[in-house]
Each structure stands twice: as structure tokens, then as C-alpha cells.
Design a protein around this ligand. Structure first.
Ligand code: SF4
Length: 457
């Protein structure tokens, strides 16, 4: 704190103030040491944040904020400004009259908003799904099948002397992951920081993360399952072919021996493993190898979760209804069958008759055929910014930014809940995700004749 005040006095003009211990609401690393420099209600700068995190804070004041609810006339690309009251009433009517509405996104909003959204899905008999279904869903399926030896990032910082990044590129996707938790920080049992740790990268491409590795293994694209299986085999002392997945036997044996020689190993894995051939079977194998390794030393794994609160969405869905994504309430009870009940499955088979998208941008990431159907049905997008999704939605409701303009709870990639702070006020009149969803939920309950006190809210 003293150091911060000195910095502020020395380098910042009169009138500026610094808010400390701010949480960055961008990626699953959820860095909680950000300092935000304010001039009144304006964010002037950030300290400690990476370039992406800095942009997230600056985006609050960028020109592409949506400042008023909008409605698009059928068959046109023109939007008309409407009031919040009108937009919420219209949204409630769309959702209350739908047979099976789809709710998708949830990964860049708070647990508090997610909780209300899941209840909305339940009372409307809809399907609710988060971005895990196109990201780490296979990790979740594998964990449900074989369990997972996991730990917190704090333990990684203090204990891990072997870090393996497999199918992920944190230098670009989670830029402070290595400096805060894995490679560079000095921990309780890793006093020499970088010098106490070995970095292994497994990736088909020589990424910027791979360039920093002590050992880089260039696996053949889509052959992660084979390589993990071979690694399990040599770890147990059995023989393997001379080359597996494009990697020589000697290199696979070297990795197994290095892993066995360490005190505390960590396998971080990304979409390069979850979304390539094999999907959840790849993760089954990664978990099985991690379990095997615990016969020789301490070993854990952690998925590199992307959106800052995708982990929280899985947590909230699980504690409310038992399943972490792709949850279908259309039979009156929660049902979960990824491949049938995930957002893309539903959209591609035209199995929803309305949709609400929040805190995500499927318009930029889903298959064109899925979004073509989305563009034809009554849809609601809740987002602070204009996105490809808002551009094809019927109703657009602007919201404030959690972690910048609103407090809210989020779960870090290692399942640690962290309270995000508010640093500035939202633009005048802009409501939070939580407020918008609560008002829609209350109105839907009225329209459906559900007593006000019934349900969670
Ligand atoms: S690493 Fe992630 S959470 Fe940390 S500052 Fe960068 S974007 Fe934000």
C-alpha cells in the first residue's frame, strides 16, 4: 500500500487515484493484483494487467458500448431504440411463450447472474448451456468418468517443480499464468523461482510458449491420445514402438523419467487437447497418466479455462441442478446429454423456438448454420458491447461490465471463487446482468402464474 501511494504521488497528476487489489475479469487466471488508475469515474490506466486485461478495463469506455436497448424489425437489419421496461417485457413474453427456449453463454458474467439465469431456464422449460460445450466440455466429461487429481494455483506456485503445458499457449491466451503461478514466481518450496522449475511444452506447433520450454515435444496434430497412451506405457516400464504420434521413443521415455524425478508435477491442458480428435478420451488418458504418476511423485492437472467465469457457470449449474453444462429442463427436470442438449446441437437441429444469449458471442464462434437458425427465431442478446451476435438478434439489452462496473463472484480455473470488484460506475441508466435477468424472471413467473415466492428468487 505504501509503495502504491508513492507511485501515485510520484507519477500521477493531482486528482488521479489508484484502486488496488482489483480482479481482472477477462481470462480464467483471474489475476487479483490489478491496480486501476482513475480520473473521477474514468479509467485512465491499469497496472499489472497484461495487454488483454488492460483492454478489458479500457473497453468500459470504448466507443462500441451499447447505450440503450434495441429492437430489430423482422426481415430488416435496422434497430430501433426502446426502453428497458419495453425490452424486459418483450423478452419475458418471448421466453414465457416459447416451448423450449435456449439460454447460452454465461461465461463472462457473475455467479449471481448465472444463478438467476438457470432458474429462468427451469421455469420456462428451456435448455441452458455455457461456453464449455465448445471448449472444455470434454474435460468435464472425462472428469465425470475417471475423476481428477487437482490442486490450486497457489499450490502450483509454492510447490511445483515440473510444469507441462499441453495443447495450450498461455503466453498469448493467459499471458500472466506463467509469471504469477507456474514458471517465474518464487514460492515457499520453489525459492529460486524459474531456476527451480522445468518447463515442458507439448504442441504440434512451435508456439511462443514452446520457445521457452526446457523440453519441447512436437506431437503430430490430433495424435494426443496416442502420445499420452505411450507415455503411460513407458511410465509403467513397458516398451513402445520407435516412434509414436511423430515423437521418438527416446523423447517419450525422457519425459517420463523427468516427470518421475520431480517432487510436484503439473499438467496444464488446453483446447489443443480437448477439441482435437479423441476429445474427452484424450483427457481420460491425461487424467489416467496423472493418476499413474502419483505412484512415483505428486502430480496434478488443471484445465486452462478461457473465459474468466466459465468455471463458475459449471459450478453454479452443478450446485443448482446437478449438471455443469448442456442442461435441459424441457421434461420438467434437469437432463444432461452433451451431443444432444448442447447449444450447437439444439440450434443445428432447430430444436429451440427462442434464444437468450448472454456474456458470450456465438455469432463470432458457432457454425454458420447454427447462427442462421438463430437469426430466424425470436432472440435476446444481453451484452455491454456490439458483437456479431447482437447484430443478428431481435432484441438487444445492454448491461454493465462485471468486475469493472459491478461486483460479482467468479471462479478461477482451479475452482477457487474470487470476488470481483467494482471500480467505476456504469454509464447512466445501464443495468447489470443480474438486475435484467431478475426482472425478466419475475415477469416470466407472473405470465406463467407462478407464485412470486416460489423458486429461488
Ligand atoms: S492473465 Fe488473464 S486475468 Fe490476468 S491480467 Fe491477463 S487477461 Fe487478466
Amino acid at each position: 500500500m505504501i509503495e502504491i501511494q508513492k507511485t501515485e504521488t510520484a507519477t500521477k497528476p493531482e486528482g488521479l487515484r489508484v484502486v488496488t487489489d482489483v480482479v481482472c475479469p477477462f481470462c480464467g487466471t483471474l489475476c487479483d493484483d490489478i491496480k486501476v488508475v482513475l480520473d473521477g469515474n474514468r479509467i485512465v490506466d491499469t497496472m499489472n494487467a497484461c495487454i488483454i486485461g488492460n483492454e478489458k478495463f479500457k473497453s468500459a469506455q470504448a466507443g462500441h458500448r451499447i447505450m440503450q436497448p434495441l429492437e430489430r424489425e423482422d426481415g430488416t437489419t435496422e434497430f430501433t431504440p426502446v426502453s428497458y421496461d419495453y425490452a424486459i417485457e418483450k423478452a419475458a413474453q418471448i421466453l414465457a411463450s416459447a416451448k423450449r427456449p435456449l439460454y447460452y453463454g454465461w461465461s463472462s458474467t457473475s455467479c449471481e447472474a448465472q444463478e438467476i439465469g438457470n432458474e429462468l431456464a427451469e421455469v420456462t422449460g428451456g435448455v441452458t448451456d455455457n461456453t464449455a460445450s465448445v471448449c472444455h466440455g470434454p474435460s468435464i466429461l472425462a472428469i465425470q468418468t475417471v475423476g481428477a487429481p487437482m490442486c490450486t494455483l497457489g499450490e502450483v506456485k509454492n510447490r511445483a517443480d515440473l510444469i507441462i503445458y499441453w495443447g495450450c499457449n498461455p503466453i498469448h491466451a493467459h499471458p500472466r499464468h506463467m509469471s504469477r503461478y507456474t514458471i517465474y514466481p518464487r514460492g515457499f518450496f520453489t525459492e529460486r523461482g524459474f531456476d527451480d522449475r522445468t518447463l515442458v511444452v507439448v504442441d504440434p506447433r512451435p508456439t511462443d510458449t514452446a520457445k521457452q520450454a526446457d523440453i519441447y515435444i512436437q506431437v503430430e496434430q490430433g495424435k494426443d491420445y496416442e502420445l499420452l497412451d505411450a507415455l503411460r506405457t513407458v511410465t509403467r516400464g513397458e516398451d513402445i514402438p520407435d516412434v509414436v504420434a511423430g515423437v521418438k521413443k527416446e523423447q517419450i521415455k525422457e519425459l517420463a523419467e523427468v516427470a518421475k524425478s520431480k517432487k510436484f508435477g503439473l499438467l496444464f491442458f488446453g483446447m489443443g487437447v480437448t477439441q482435437t480428435t479423441g476429445k474427452h478420451r484424450n483427457i481420460d488418458m491425461a487424467i489416467s497418466w496423472t493418476q499413474d504418476m502419483n505412484k512415483y511423485t505428486k502430480f496434478n492437472l488443471i484445465p486452462m479455462r478461457g473465459h474468466y467465469n466459465v468455471t463458475g457457470s459449471g459450478q453454479v449449474m452443478s450446485w443448482q441442478s446437478g449438471f455443469p453444462f448442456a442442461m435441459d429442463f424441457s421434461r420438467g427436470y434437469p437432463r444432461y446429454n452433451p451431443g444432444e442438449t448442447a447449444a450447437n446441437d439444439i440450434l443445428l437441429r432447430h430444436e429451440c423456438d427462442a434464444a437468450l444469449i448472454i456474456a458470450s458471442d456465438p455469432g463470432a464462434h458457432f457454425p454458420v448454420e447454427a447462427m442462421k437458425y438463430y437469426a430466424q427465431i425470436p432472440t435476446i442478446a444481453i451484452d455491454p458491447h456490439y458483437t456479431p451476435t447482437t447484430g443478428i438478434s431481435k432484441l438487444v439489452i445492454p448491461s454493465s461490465i462485471i468486475g469493472v462496473e459491478e461486483e460479482g463472484t467468479a471462479y478461477r480455473m482451479d475452482n477457487v471463487p474470487i470476488r470481483c470488484r467494482k471500480v467505476v460506475d456504469a454509464p447512466k441508466g445501464i443495468l447489470s446482468d443480474e438486475e435484467i435477468l431478475r426482472r425478466i424472471l419475475n415477469r416470466v413467473k407472473e405470465l406463467k402464474g407462478i407464485p412470486a415466492g416460489q423458486g429461488h428468487h
